[in-house]
Design a protein around this ligand. Structure first.
Ligand code: FMN
Length: 191
């Protein structure tokens, strides 16, 4: 595939095959990600990659956060246990979860630079993955902003920010191609 085709053909992956991806392949993919532009070469992206039994360190923390936020009920009624188990099962079926975070710099401009660069890192990684036949879903979910969740996964609430959690695996179902609005609509040419 060539880059321009991949940019247009990549789709977000909504469900994944159960097959795990070799760690060496994921390392290659994120190496492509790391060629993203990065001001002052901070390379601020940091990652916790959860896979196999490692998912047991992430999924319970997500469930507890959902309960704290009211997205999932607390208690032990049969219905509650069932809904909790079904979300945990769904998350378990996703072969890899890459939690992308960074250390928040004190300076607000540096902060914007690092955050922007990490978004570029993620998109580079998504495009590289697609070339390997691997799908990702870029997610931003409420638990990422839950300070107790941040501490639970071993980060520091005042020091770190979680930018995204990437769900990764071989695609089973992807979004349909919705196309994009012509950029001319958003472009004001001043000459
Ligand atoms: C910052 C960001 C956060 C996103 N968060 C979610 C999410 O939480 N859940 C989800 O299903 N998709 C999420 N997406 C994926 C978008 O919904 C998806 O890119 C969009 O529907 C266009 O589809 P495509 O990526 O297949 O072109 C996110 C995308 C971005 C850039």
């Amino acid at each position: 595939m060539n880059l321009l085709r991949t940019i247009k053909e990549r789709r977000s992956t909504l469900s994944f095959k159960s097959e795990k991806i070799e760690l060496s392949t994921l390392k290659e993919i994120f190496t492509y990600g790391s060629y993203a532009p990065t001001h002052y070469m901070t390379e601020a992206w940091r990652m916790k990659l959860y896979q196999g039994e490692g998912k047991e360190h992430l999924i319970p923390a997500i469930i507890e956060s959902y309960q704290r936020s009211g997205m999932l009920p607390t208690g032990n009624s049969e219905k509650t246990l069932r809904s909790r188990a079904s979300i945990a099962d769904f998350l378990l079926t996703i072969p890899h979860h890459a939690l992308i975070y960074y250390e928040i710099p004190g300076d607000p401009i540096r902060n914007e630079e690092d955050y922007s660069s990490i978004a570029a890192f993620i998109q580079n990684s998504q495009l590289a993955a697609w070339e390997y036949g691997i799908g990702m879903l870029w997610t931003i979910t409420p638990y990422m902003h839950d300070e107790q969740f941040i501490e639970k996964i071993g980060l520091e609430r005042d020091k770190h920010k979680v930018v995204a959690v990437l769900q990764i695996g071989y695609p089973d179902k992807t979004t349909r191609d919705k196309g994009r609005t012509s950029v001319e609509k958003w472009m004001e040419v001043i000459e």
